[in-house]
Design a protein around this ligand. Structure first.
Ligand code: FES
Ligand code: FES
Length: 218
């Protein structure tokens, strides 16, 4: 039977916080909207809500924490926010600018690094999640004496134009050769599918990687 009284509050208990339901929030917001005290609103239960900072148990944006990242075989300390990506920690915190920032949303592969040997878009990984992992960037491939075979092949095949995509392609190619040895052309295309070259240098890139694979097998 329907009554004229207020309808029961059906906000699920799991969605309530400290007895503060969606309904009491809406009532409080309405009071504020019609001229309640600035920054404060009374709930139906009489509690006063203020916009004073609350301890939410999270690190506020803008607050830095120092973490240790293992990059190219060396432990490096870097101060980051909780939201800082691995890409920004590498480029802005550790000055490893060989890893490129292009789309910053996982679409182009320019930021590819190896995390525990796996090619990874560093713009999609939080720096905090990289703690305890082995990170390899383009700066970590060459030795004092020589370029990595994939780098050398890129040079010999002139496999770049602007070069912005090149570090990402090289890192993905290194991972591909580590996984497949001598990949077939189809496998190579599949493994490099996450990398985009806006200059369209694909033919030379694939030739360079196939060449590097052949050299490794000699
Ligand atoms: S910058 Fe990370 S995928 Fe494009
Ligand atoms: S060489 Fe320019 S984007 Fe690939």
């Amino acid at each position: 039977m329907q009554t004229d009284g207020p309808a029961p509050d059906r906000t699920p208990a799991s969605r309530r916080s400290g007895g503060f339901s969606r309904r009491s929030f809406l009532k409080g917001a309405s009071i504020a909207a019609v001229g309640g005290p600035a920054g404060a609103a009374a709930t139906a239960g009489g509690a006063i809500l203020t916009d004073a900072p609350r301890d939410t148990g999270t690190i506020p944006a803008g607050q830095l924490r120092e973490i240790a990242l293992r990059v190219n075989g060396v432990e490096r300390r870097v101060a980051v926010e909780t939201r800082t990506t691995l890409l920004d920690a590498l480029r802005d915190g550790l000055d490893l600018t060989g890893t490129k920032k292009v789309c910053d949303r996982g679409a182009c592969g320019a930021c590819t690094v190896l995390v525990d040997g796996q090619p990874t878009n560093s713009c999609l990984m939080l720096a905090h999640d990289a703690v305890g992992r082995e990170i390899t960037t383009i700066e970590g491939l060459a030795s004092d004496a020589a370029l990595h075979p994939v780098q050398q092949a890129f040079v010999e095949h002139d496999a770049l134009q602007c070069g912005f995509c090149t570090p990402g392609f090289v890192m993905s190619a290194v991972a591909c050769l580590g996984k497949h040895g001598k990949p077939s052309p189809a496998t190579l295309r599949h493994e490099l599918a996450g990398n985009i070259c806006r200059c369209g240098t694909y033919g030379r890139i694939f030739a360079a990687v196939q060449d590097a694979a052949g050299r490794a097998g000699r």
